[in-house]
Design a protein around this ligand. Structure first.
Ligand SMILES: NC(=O)c1ccc[n+]([C@@H]2O[C@H](COP(=O)([O-])OP(=O)(O)OC[C@H]3O[C@@H](n4cnc5c(N)ncnc54)[C@H](O)[C@@H]3O)[C@@H](O)[C@H]2O)c1
Length: 324
């Protein structure tokens, strides 16, 4: 364990959300004292119900500077996950709103941390920082050669700004900074936000709702790297605990699943047989998004074992039963 994490107090912004709530479970199990800072705009108290008595929950909107100061100025170790993070149905139509929301949070954190000078920071960027052009297998490439992913342009720029601003902050103030760029993360604690939801919850709900036909975005041939939020969060803790001062690393799998294969899998596991129509008028984004895992595997010193996609989808079928 890294020495300056020894005071054992860790703050998780966005800790009531999908990835954040799994991270809180893992932090508690690892002996940390956990403080969640969330405005519950998308995160849910029910994600933390089972650990509510063991953690401290601070309700705060990090778009507001005074609430940011109040909730985070004493924090020394922080996982920063709070962000406006909806599915492509939202972000492809709301670039500026997404950019502004996330920039407000970034700037407030920057202002608070410039004074409080925390010891350890892990910030959650995204694979959307990568441009659409380039090889299928994505390494930790240089940014700013081109725009970020086009369907998520506002979100992608917000995450690029987040990275650049925190690199500057950490360099000036000698803060341990870890930057993670998750690919497609899913899981059963997802908060349903209707048409703005991400692809997997959207498909699971539509198929289990007996919609027929099922419309899926794009050709169906576009391939994505999927990882369960539990695995993403345990990887995040491992990265935070690294002694290397600054690390920027992808969190994703090299293996990909096409949208058509994903639809087939959900239908097979749920026993449904709707007609499937691929709507090519809708944006499908980059054709293949696969994560180069060389750096990640070198941190773990082996290939990381993660929840199989079939098991993850079974968990999502359970998510549907509990939520609708
Ligand atoms: N899920 C993915 O596929 C994925 C991929 C790449 C990056 N990420 C990033 O990982 C992080 C967590 O994602 P997630 O999937 O758990 O999303 P999520 O929406 O479930 O979690 C985000 C959390 O931030 C909170 N939040 C939003 N605005 C806030 C504000 N102004 N003040 C305080 N809290 C606020 C929400 O209530 C929510 O609990 C985000 O930064 C996201 O951009 C996610």
């Amino acid at each position: 364990m890294v020495q300056n994490l020894d005071n054992k107090e860790i703050f998780v912004t966005g800790g009531a959300g999908l990835i954040g709530s799994f991270l809180c479970d893992i932090l508690l199990k690892s002996g940390y004292k956990v403080f969640v800072v969330d405005d519950f705009s998308k995160g849910q108290l029910k994600n933390l119900k089972h650990i509510e008595s063991k953690i401290e929950i601070i309700e705060a909107d990090l778009q507001d500077l005074s609430q940011t100061k109040k909730s985070l100025s004493k924090a020394k170790n922080i996982f920063h996950l709070a962000s406006r993070a909806y599915g492509v149905g939202y972000s492809s139509k709301n670039h500026i709103e997404t950019l502004i929301h996330n920039e407000k949070i970034t700037n407030n954190l920057l202002e608070v941390f410039e004074v409080s000078k925390p010891d350890n920071l892990l910030i959650t960027s995204s694979s959307c920082v990568y441009m659409d052009e380039g090889p299928d297998l994505i390494g930790e490439r240089k940014l700013f050669e081109n725009d970020p992913e086009r369907v998520n342009r506002g979100y992608g720029w917000a995450k690029r700004f987040l990275e650049q601003k925190f690199l500057l902050l950490s360099e000036i103030n000698n803060i341990n900074l870890k930057i993670v760029r998750p690919f497609n993360i899913y899981g059963e604690r997802y908060r349903w936000v209707g048409e703005y939801s991400s692809a997997i919850p959207m498909l699971v709900k539509r198929i289990l709702d007996d919609e027929d036909p099922i419309y899926a975005w794009g050709s169906g041939n576009q391939r994505r790297s999927y990882m369960h939020a539990y695995d993403c969060s345990r990887i995040m803790l491992k990265i935070m605990e690294q002694r290397d001062k600054n690390i920027t690393v992808n969190i994703g799998t090299k293996e990909t699943v096409s949208i058509a294969e994903m639809v087939d899998l959900i239908c097979k596991l749920s026993g449904k047989k709707p007609r499937i129509i691929f709507d090519t008028s809708k944006p499908e984004g980059r054709f293949i998004k696969s994560s180069d895992t060389k750096l990640l595997n070198s941190i773990f010193k082996e290939k990381i074992k993660t929840i199989e996609i079939e098991d993850g989808i079974r968990r999502m079928l359970g998510w549907y039963k509990n939520n609708f």
